[in-house]
Ligand binder design. Structure first.
Ligand code: IMP
Ligand code: MG
Length: 183
């Protein structure tokens, strides 16, 4: 295990099971409604989840990416959402969008993006997150698809970072508090 990790919170086997569960829920919904399904991953934290999720969804999917920021280099949200990379497609009106996130914390990012993509004219907008910290919510927001809830701990790995590090760990681990307290 990485020396900066206090404990593994979600191991590789559980991650695989969570992704399979979420993919099954998305498939079940889209087999009912049909239509074009567009997964929009939020860079960079959700790339690992996105890569695994898209392989497990049986329905045809298209993918796209947005980059937004609410966090700076630290472990607390600024409350401001900045869009650094937007969708360029003109056919958004045909697309049933599912926004793919790594983790929901205050809820501000996905609450904002849901409204933003609706205003852009998406046919429908839903949200999917691997991890959810409901105890940290600052706005009224509930994701449509959730891998699992976790307690209020700062976690890294499987795409999630602290200061751009630890994204490539194959598990989700709790970062030792001394790592972020000393910087
Ligand atoms: P929200 O807008 O407060 O819900 O923030 C969501 C974003 O905060 C996520 O996409 C992550 O980038 C970041 N974030 C929140 N909690 C954690 C964590 O425990 N580890 C790493 N990033 C986190
Ligand atoms: Mg993120």
């Amino acid at each position: 295990m990485n020396k900066d990790i206090a404990a593994i919170l979600v191991g590789e086997k559980e991650l695989d099971e969570l992704v399979t569960k979420v993919a099954g829920e998305i498939d079940a919904d889209f087999q009912k409604t049909g239509g074009r399904l567009l997964l929009v991953a939020i860079l960079k934290g959700s790339v690992v989840f996105m890569g695994d999720l898209m392989k497990k969804i049986q329905s045809p999917v298209e993918i796209d990416f947005m980059k937004v920021s609410s966090y700076g280099a630290g472990t607390s949200s600024s409350g401001n959402i900045n869009i650094h990379l937007d969708l360029q497609r003109k056919d958004i009106g045909d697309c049933n969008v599912i926004v793919v996130e790594d983790i929901v914390d205050s809820g501000r990012t996905l609450a904002y993006l849901t409204e933003y993509l609706k205003l852009k004219g998406a046919r429908s907008v839903r949200t999917c997150t691997l991890l959810d910290k409901p105890s940290r919510r600052e706005v009224d927001f509930t994701p449509d698809y959730v891998g699992r809830e976790i307690p209020d701990e700062f976690v890294v790995g499987y795409g999630l970072d602290y200061d751009e590090k630890y994204r490539a760990l194959p598990y989700v681990g709790i970062l030792k508090p001394e790592v972020y307290r000393k910087s």
